[in-house]
Design a binder for this molecule. Structure first.
Ligand SMILES: CSCC[C@H](NC(C)=O)C(=O)O
Ligand SMILES: [Zn+2]
Ligand SMILES: [Zn+2]
Length: 408
């Protein structure tokens, strides 16, 4: 059914593969190529296209389909344009060729994360427009740079700009994750990334001697405290089947730096940790905990943050919430099973939620292994096309949510 030759390929799939071929890989994404592609989509769809440069070379592209009642807050459909690097030698096909195999799997960096979603938004809008639909609420599609390296030159700045305020977003959708089962995962919050570098200083000297108070000894103590905390959180997760990964705090030791020679005891050593702090954690208390782990290790042990988000928010997912009711109601009508979760990593949703806009993370890919950032990232064309159907229904429902109390 889906293994047609190129002449009979569904045009939405062809468009998806075209977008995948634009190499927007960090650290040198071809943002210009992506913007040209999006401008052409806007022209073909008859949508306005705004470009907002938040930092030189970092442009947010916004395509807008005006609603019939523009005084109502809008629906924001966000996706990022950059993708993560690849280890090319581990791929069965060139990651920027968008090769489709005989079964219909499309191999490409960004196939799941998240160029599929960008094209699904565009194709759902195209379908609704071509069928003559109009909805009360305006739909804005934002295509943002820099997400894969933290969004600091993308969404983090954009939400503070007057152009963002002018969109008057009432509700947002952004990326989620694939689900290998028949169900679809939807994310209502996320853990906060805290990237912490602990630096330890101590006495140097000849490595044949029993030197006291070395940088390494003290760093070892901090590492032990942090890994003991890691073990406790892992046990807590494993002991409670109702808890999902995003509900506990994780940490991994990801870098060890220091030392100059085998026989020289170094005066400085550092360890870098990637913490993902669960949204219900008291962040001030947690920072104090970090401080005490360092203090307990001895003199000369300090820490600094390379990434620290402290404003996690939960988007309501009870049936009394009109956005959730519209989203989950449309899913119910399509017989989709939803599994609400806390996103274990970080997305641009955190910046959107932090300025008070409810946001859900949703990438409609069921029966699909989670392959974001992995070798041979791929998506089946049938799953991709079903995603277009799903967004078509979701957008109709969300853009038709009647005025809420306080909205005009
Ligand atoms: C912390 S900024 C980097 C963002 C990246 N997002 C994903 C989804 O992998 C991460 O969580 O590592
Ligand atoms: Zn992503
Ligand atoms: Zn990613």
């Amino acid at each position: 059914m889906t293994t047609k030759g190129p002449e009979s390929e569904h045009p939405s799939v062809t468009l998806f593969r075209q977008y995948l071929r634009i190499c927007t890989m960090q650290p040198n994404p071809d943002y210009g190529g992506a913007i040209t592609f999006l401008e052409e989509r806007a022209r073909q769809l008859g949508l306005s296209c705004q470009k907002i440069e938040v930092v030189p070379g970092y442009v947010i592209t916004v395509l807008t389909w005006p609603g019939t009642n523009p005084s109502l807050p809008s629906i924001l459909l966000n996706s990022h344009t950059d993708v993560v690097p690849v280890f090319k030698e581990h791929w069965h096909h060139d990651p920027f060729e968008a090769f489709k195999d005989s079964e219909g799997y499309i191999y490409a960096r960004g196939a799941q994360d998240m160029k599929s979603v960008s094209i699904q938004y565009l194709e759902a809008v195209r379908r609704l427009k071509s069928e003559g639909h109009r909805f009360p609420r305006t739909i804005h599609m934002t295509f943002v740079p820099d997400e894969e390296v933290g969004g600091h030159k993308g969404m983090e700045l954009f939400v503070k700009r007057p152009e963002f305020q002018a969109l008057r977003a009432g509700f947002a959708l952004d990326e989620g994750l694939a689900n290998p089962t028949d169900a679809f995962t939807v994310f209502y919050s996320e853990r906060s990334p805290w990237w912490v570098r602990v630096t330890s200083t101590g006495k140097p000297g000849h490595a044949s001697r029993f030197i006291e108070d070395t940088a390494v000894e003290k760093l070892h103590k901090v590492i032990s405290s942090i890994l003991a905390f890691r073990e406790k959180e892992m046990q807590r997760l494993q002991a409670n089947p109702r808890l999902k990964e995003g509900a506990v705090t994780s940490v991994n030791l990801t870098k060890l730096e220091g030392g100059v020679a085998f026989n020289v005891v170094p005066a400085t050593m550092s360890a870098s940790f990637d913490f993902r702090v669960a949204p219900d954690v008291d962040m001030k208390a947690f920072e104090k905990q970090l401080q005490s782990w360092c203090q307990e290790a001895g003199e000369g042990v300090t820490f600094e943050f390379a990434q620290k988000f402290t404003e996690p928010r939960m988007t309501p997912i009870d049936d009394t919430d009109p956005w959730w009711a519209a989203f989950s109601g449309a899913c119910k009508e399509m017989n989709l099973t939803l599994e609400p979760e806390i996103f274990p990593a970080a997305t641009d949703s955190r910046y959107i939620r932090a300025v008070g806009i409810p946001a859900l993370g949703f990438s409609p890919m069921n029966r699909t292994p989670v392959l974001l950032h992995d070798h041979n990232e791929r998506l089946h064309e049938a799953v991709f096309l079903r995603g277009v159907d799903i967004y078509t229904r979701l957008l109709s429902a969300l853009a038709s949510v009647p005025a809420l109390p306080g909205e005009s």
